[in-house]
Every structure is written in structure tokens, then in C-alpha cells.
Design a binder for this molecule. Structure first.
Ligand SMILES: NC(=O)C1=CN([C@@H]2O[C@H](COP(=O)(O)OP(=O)(O)OC[C@H]3O[C@@H](n4cnc5c(N)ncnc54)[C@H](O)[C@@H]3O)[C@@H](O)[C@H]2O)C=CC1
Ligand SMILES: C[N+](C)(C)CC(=O)CC(=O)[O-]
Length: 496
């Protein structure tokens, strides 16, 4: 499904570990070579972070996790791999050596990506026997959550390699951007370096502390950048006349200039100590692992917000997430699972995401409806109401809902839902869902819904076809033998 059956990761540090997690969670087997004595622990911690983040990021059915193997040699790891990702330290001689080794043992049609942050692919591929399959695939940390990969070819990289690399990224939830000309540091790190240089001067010259500088970014343009980048943001800042007016008004300022960008700050011991101390104060007692957790939760929240952007169509990285989820549903969601008729159907497994928690410190009201809605969707897919069925013009719409809140769901808590079909006829489908704490099995909430089968083009109820109805009825008949769920038919204000 992803076009990658087996990936090899050479180097399993911060970035290699992120690639490994990205591949594994997309269902791809990964063979790793990293001589570091603690490589498997380090990679294991990155995978654990990634799994926590994905559990909060999406309710879509992820494929079964790929198989992870640590290999004794590079040759063993690379054997049979379709995509080989090099993520060793940023030194040209080291990378060249490793890439030449990969080149000697890789399958002839394998794609070889380098995670380099700034080295030229032409320099990396210089001594390779098959340089046409080498390209830069520059990701962003954490690779398992940030979707961008800059794809850069060298003088000897073939167009077919670039095309194949670009095509393999969306199925693993990533977005490739092809950088037209190779240049040191590509696009992203050029921009980051400009900001970084200026930031170091501001600290050096005591204009502000590292904390103030970070606040300036995260309370203002950092929020804008995540959703519209630079040019589209400035287009809006030009008012109704847009970009041309913006350039006319602020273009001349570039000559003043407001920057020390072309000077390189001397990172002497005093400056390193000053930044180190201010950074320690800023972090207070938070460890790197705690900061990673906070970062991941925030990124999940931002991605989810963007998924609802542009009136629910999704925007930027959120649109990418939405499309990725659609493909996951199409692959995994439509499969008919066998079910035990003596029990309610167990349909949605998830964890309480940071974006779901309110000021009371627990899952907020409308997220209950979201999970119950996902439960109805999972039931519908089980009986054949899948993406193709809906696109062909029919669906079920929910027309009535009653939710009861019986307990609390806290941040990160594992929860799952079960479904009972109470009754069904050719148009109506009456269901009762329960949300459980997965650790204890206790009910946290229940929801009773009435759904109608509709002709979505005509916008009115219509009988469901036998191909759907027969499946629903089979489940309903099995569920009729169960004891009626507690709370069925309740209404607000009813005496208990
Ligand atoms: N850290 C970051 O924010 C980013 C780094 N990158 C790039 O990713 C690459 C890796 O950087 P990091 O993961 O940060 O470094 P790192 O130091 O965390 O990891 C490098 C890993 O490579 C392993 N290694 C060293 N020699 C090796 C060899 N001969 N064969 C196999 N493994 C070997 C090391 O044991 C280590 O685990 C660099 O090219 C860097 O520029 C790209 C994007 C972001
Ligand atoms: C610092 N860095 C140059 C290694 C950063 C990157 O390459 C990308 C990122 O994740 O910021």
C-alpha cells in the first residue's frame, strides 16, 4: 500500500529514530544499523513517544506496526530494502563512506535518501557506483509528527528517483517538496539559520533573554507560520491590495537594514555559558523527555486544529492529516471483522488527546460526541457503508442523540467504545454506544442514537438495500439476546 515493503535506517539517533517510528507506524518493516551500544534503548524511547503521539493524533485504524530488527552489519540492514535512509552525523567524509557502503550492497532499484541538513547531494553521491538513486530527504524533528521532507537531487540523481521518492511519502503521512536546485541547507535550514543568527546576536547584545525571544515567536508569528507560512501571511498584511502593497510599504525598509544577518556571532565560551544558563532557567525543572512530551502534545493539538481548518475541509498540514486518515480508513476501516454475537461490538480504541481536555482537566463534552460518532462510523463501515458507498450517493445520517456522562476521562487515558444495535428497519437504525475506561472496563459515558438511511443527493430518507440491511439485521438479531443496557431510553430529567 505504501510502495515501501521494507525500509533500512542507517543511524538511529534523534532523526534516524524518528524515521524508524514513522515507517513502523505506517506498517513498514524496518531494519536498523547503528553501532551505538545503546541504540535499541534510544530508538525504543523515540518509538514509545511516537506511539503515544499517534494514539492522540488519530482515531483512524493504523496498519499493524511493522517489524523492527537491529542488525549487526550495514549490509544485513540494507539487504532487500526498498527505501534506505541514512541519518548518521553531519560530516561529509562519514556520510560519503556510509553511502558508498550502502551503494555497494543495496538492491539496484532501492531508493537511497540522506537526512543531511545541509550537505549537497552532488557531494554525497560523488563516489557512488549508482549515484542516480541518491537524493536528500531532509526531514524535521520529530520526524514521526512533522510531515515535511525536502527532496533534493544532485547532478547525477535521476528524475525517476525524485518522482519515486515524492510518491512514497503521502502513504506514510508525509509531504515531499521537491527543491528545484541544490543549495547548501536547502530551503528550511536557510530560513532557520537566518533566524538563528539574528537570535544569537540579540542574546549576545543583551537585547533580550532566550525566554523573551522564544515568547516573541510563540505568542505571535510562530502561530501564523504553522498555518500560512510567510508569503501568504504577508499577503494578508498588505490589506485589500495584498502582496503588492505590502512590498511597496515594507520593501524599502530592507535597505535600512534592521538586521545583523551577514555577520557571524562569535560563539565564544562566554556566549555559550550565557545561553546555556538562560536556557536552564527557561526549562526550570523540565527534563528533555518532559519537553518532548509537551512538544508532541502541542503539535498534535495544532495538527488537529488545522484538520478542522477552512470550514472543516482541513488546511495545510491538517489537510494532509485528513487525507492520510481517509486513506487509513479506506485500507483498514472497510474490512469486515468477525464479531462475537454474545457481546456488544468493540469498535473504537483511542486515547484522550490534549486537544480534547478542557479547563476542568478532563475530556470536554463535544469530544464524547466525536468518539460516539466515530463508533457509529465504524459500525457503518462494518456493514458496508464505506467511503465508496457514501460517494455513490447513500449514507446514514444521525437524527437524534442522547449522551449520559457517568465518569471522567483524563488526558492520555486509554478508552474504547462498544456498540449495541437496539433495533433496525429498512430506514431506521437505533444504536446504544458505551465509552469505557480500557484499564478497568468501567463505563464513562453512554450514547443512544437514531440514524436514518438517506439518499444524500435527494436529501431524504430512503430504504437501505438488502446488501446493507442483511448485515445490520444479523448483528441486531444476535444483540437481541443480550440484557438491555442500563440507561436505554433515558431522557433528561427522568427520575432514576
Ligand atoms: N537533529 C536534528 O534536529 C536534525 C538532524 N538532521 C540530520 O540528521 C542526521 C543525523 O542527525 P541526528 O539524528 O541529530 O544525530 P544523532 O547524533 O542523534 O544520531 C546519529 C546516529 O548515527 C549513528 N552513527 C554514527 N556513525 C554511524 C555509522 N557509521 N553507521 C551507522 N550509524 C552511525 C550514531 O551512533 C548515532 O546514533 C544529520 O545529517 C543531521 O544533519 C536532519 C533534520 C533535523
Ligand atoms: C538544526 N538542524 C539544522 C539540524 C535542524 C534541521 O535540519 C531541521 C529541523 O528539524 O529543525
Amino acid at each position: 500500500m505504501t510502495g515501501i515493503n521494507k525500509a533500512a535506517c542507517i543511524g538511529g539517533g534523534v532523526i534516524g529514530g524518528g524515521w524508524i517510528a514513522r515507517f513502523l507506524l505506517a506498517g513498514i518493516d524496518v531494519d536498523v544499523f547503528d553501532p551505538h551500544p545503546e541504540a535499541s534503548r534510544i530508538v525504543g524511547e523515540v518509538i514509545a513517544n511516537a506511539e503515544k503521539a499517534y494514539a492522540m493524533l488519530t482515531g483512524a485504524p493504523l496498519p499493524p506496526r511493522g517489524r523492527l530488527t537491529f542488525c549487526e552489519t550495514l549490509e544485513e540492514a540494507v539487504a532487500g530494502a526498498d527505501w534506505i535512509q541514512e541519518s548518521v552525523p553531519e560530516r561529509l567524509d562519514l556520510k560519503r563512506g556510509v553511502l558508498n557502503e550502502i551503494d555497494a550492497v543495496a538492491r539496484p532499484d532501492a531508493l537511497i535518501g540522506s537526512s543531511t541538513s545541509g550537505l549537497l547531494p552532488t557531494d554525497l553521491q560523488r563516489d557512488m557506483k549508482h549515484p542516480e538513486r541518491l537524493f536528500v530527504a531532509h526531514p524535521y524533528n520529530p520526524v514521526y509528527l512533522l510531515p515535511l521532507v525536502e527532496i533534493v537531487g544532485g547532478e547525477k540523481t535521476s528524475a525517476a528517483t525524485i518522482k519515486a521518492a515524492m510518491e512514497r511519502l503521502p502513504p506514510i503521512g508525509m509531504k515531499g517538496v521537491h527543491i528545484a536546485k541544490e543549495i547548501e541547507a536547502f530551503v528550511g535550514d536557510r530560513l532557520l539559520e537566518a533566524l538563528w543568527r539574528e537570535a544569537l546576536w540579540l542574546i549576545h547584545d543583551d537585547i533580550c533573554t532566550v525566554e523573551t525571544l522564544d515568547d516573541v515567536i510563540r505568542y505571535s508569528f510562530g502561530l501564523r507560520w504553522a498555518q500560512m507560512g510567510l508569503f501568504q501571511t504577508y499577503r494578508i498584511a498588505g490589506g485589500e491590495a495584498g502582496m503588492r502593497h505590502f512590498l511597496a510599504q515594507f520593501g524599502p525598509c530592507l535597505a535600512w537594514p534592521w538586521t545583523k544577518l551577514t555577520d557571524v556571532v562569535d560563539l565564544d565560551d562566554a556566549l555559550i555559558e550565557k545561553i546555556g544558563q538562560q536556557s536552564d532557567e527557561q526549562a526550570a525543572d523540565l527534563s528533555i523527555r518532559e519537553l518532548e512530551r509537551i512538544r508532541d502534545e502541542n503539535l498534535v493539538g495544532i495538527l488537529q486544529a488545522l484538520k478542522g481548518g477552512d470550514g472543516g475541509k482541513g488546511w495545510g498540514a491538517g489537510k494532509l492529516l485528513k487525507d492520510f486518515e481517509q486513506s487509513l480508513w479506506a485500507q483498514g476501516g472497510g474490512t469486515t471483522t468477525s464479531f462475537d454475537p454474545s457481546k456488544p461490538l468493540r469498535l473504537v480504541e483511542t486515547k484522550v488527546s490534549p486537544a480534547w481536555v478542557d479547563y476542568n482537566g478532563h475530556m470536554t463534552e463535544h469530544r464524547y460526541l466525536q468518539v460516539f460518532g466515530d463508533t457509529s462510523d465504524a459500525l457503518l463501515r462494518l456493514v458496508g457503508v464505506d467511503v465508496a458507498y457514501v460517494e455513490a450517493g447513500h449514507s446514514y445520517y444521525t437524527v437524534e442523540t442522547h449522551i449520559r456522562h457517568l465518569g471522567e476521562a483524563k488526558l492520555g487515558q486509554a478508552i474504547h467504545s462498544t456498540c449495541r444495535i437496539l433495533s433496525v428497519n429498512d430506514k431506521r437504525l437505533h444504536v446504544f454506544h458505551t465509552l469505557h475506561d480500557t484499564a478497568t472496563g468501567e463505563a464513562i459515558a453512554t450514547a443512544e442514537h437514531m440514524l436514518l438511511h438517506v439518499d444524500s443527493k435527494a436529501g431524504k430518507a430512503t430504504p437501505a438495500p438488502a446488501v446493507i440491511l442483511d448485515k445490520v439485521k444479523a448483528i441486531a438479531e444476535a444483540h437481541a439476546n443480550l440484557v438491555a443496557p442500563e440507561g436505554v431510553g433515558r431522557y433528561v430529567g427522568q427520575k432514576r
